[in-house]
Design a protein around this ligand. Structure first.
Ligand code: ZN
Ligand code: ZN
Length: 414
């Protein structure tokens, strides 16, 4: 079902709760993506001036800037469905929370059937990471560092003999490992705030574990010159949408910049030519100005992953949705690694038709607190989606098997 902006605005008003609830049941929670046109619609809706309206009628969940009408108890219209964040919190609460979250995540790992303790832990993590000063807090920095360092040690010790293992790194970064290969997408050390990012030693250890590196676009939460340089020093391929890092001419010219095209399959040699990856570089964007590769990587075993980077933008005819909504017609995708906040997520997922969805780009710590998209929002956005999905925190991993190999593991579909 395709709901236009006006319809989406309408279904979120208080006076139409019945329509809202029935729509939820039919299609799941589709968030209202604010853009110029929809903002105008919203403004018209507010100023239309039905005399019996309360301010609550205008509160609307928005997905992107600008902020919309919202009550004083939340900081931003995009967080209307998430518990309000604190401006600060006692260290005791942060420390005990992070220790508990780490314990829960280690004890109840991600899976196709989500174990009940995970969601409260992820929601508490949202609360801690939405403290405005969280990136500067040593407790938060230690939590991130310890979880990533533990993940890198696991990666060093883990051999994959069947299926595909996916580690969630910072933000939208992943390391993928199959029996034949390992590769990373959008791996960055963390953020520039002093004390937060992984040290060069840890970066080196991770780069040593990856045969190739893909960068979706130039934004620093996806592209990092230190990481790219380490790959270059090991003579491993780094694939990018354009000549990034122009201030580093040797690094910039080292990058592989494949043609961004819907049907060209590029072969990227790895391990000094002993292996290869098949890659399709879809010509995506983050808004019109930023080139963002939507990358499909297929290993020789046939495991295909589609990573969207920060894909987002207009949805009408002649836009990226023309091909985004058809990828599954041409490619069999095992796992879709999407930015959870992309617009019309449901339409993208149906178009890609993957076996599994793993949303990413949660709690990006350089953003102001209202824009640190969170796990809570992922669950809201995934609601009603008829695809299995897994929400993963920093450093977690999931061992993916083809659906045919899962026979007897999952209950039969009705
Ligand atoms: Zn971006
Ligand atoms: Zn980003």
């Amino acid at each position: 079902m395709n709901i236009d902006d006006k319809e989406q605005s309408r279904i979120y008003t208080k006076s139409n709760r019945r329509a809202f609830l029935s729509t939820l049941g039919a299609v799941g929670l589709t968030l209202y993506a604010s853009n110029t046109r929809s903002s105008e619609l919203l403004a018209q809706q507010i100023t239309a001036g039905q005399s019996n309206r309360s301010p609550e009628d205008s509160w609307t969940v928005t997905l992107s800037a600008p902020d919309g009408p919202h009550p004083p108890f939340v900081s931003n219209s995009r967080r209307l469905l998430s518990p309000p964040e604190l401006l600060d919190a006692p260290d005791e609460w942060i420390d005990r929370s992070l220790q508990w979250i780490d314990y829960i995540l280690r004890t109840y790992p991600p899976g196709l059937v989500e174990l009940p303790p995970r969601r409260p832990a992820l929601f508490r993590l949202d609360e801690v990471l939405h403290i405005e000063s969280a990136p500067r807090k040593p407790l938060v920095q230690n939590f991130y560092q310890q979880r990533l360092q533990r993940a890198i040690e696991e990666i060093e010790q883990t051999k994959v003999s069947e299926g595909m293992r996916i580690w969630r790194l910072y933000n939208h970064g992943v390391l993928i490992r199959t029996p034949s290969t390992s590769y990373t997408i959008d791996f960055v050390p963390g953020i520039g705030t002093e004390g937060f990012a992984l040290s060069n030693e840890w970066l080196k250890r991770l780069v040593a574990q990856s045969d190739a590196h893909f960068i979706s676009h130039w934004h620093p939460d996806h592209a990092n010159p230190d990481v790219a340089r380490l790959f270059m020093q090991e003579r491993k391929p780094v694939v990018a949408p354009e000549r990034l890092f122009p201030e580093d001419s040797d690094l910039s010219s080292y990058l592989i910049v494949p043609k961004r095209d819907l049907h060209t399959v590029h072969t990227i040699p790895i391990r000094g030519g002993a292996g290869r990856l098949e890659v399709v570089t879809y010509p995506g964007h983050q808004g019109p100005p930023v080139l963002c590769n939507v990358t499909l990587v297929r290993t020789v075993e046939g495991f295909a992953v589609l990573h969207t980077g920060d894909q987002s933008g207009d949805e009408g005819e002649g836009t990226d949705f023309d091909w985004l909504a058809q990828i599954g017609h041409y490619q069999q995708v095992d796992v879709l690694l999407t930015n959870g906040w992309t617009n019309d997520l449901h339409r993208i997922v149906r178009g890609v038709n993957p076996c599994l969805v793993i949303p990413g780009h949660q709690n990006e710590m350089t953003h102001a607190a209202p824009h640190r998209e969170e796990y809570t929002q992922d669950y809201e956005r995934m609601f009603g989606l008829h695809y299995p999905f897994i929400v993963m925190a920093w450093g977690e991993n999931y061992h993916y098997m083809k659906p045919a190999e899962l026979k007897g593991v999952l209950p039969d579909e009705d």
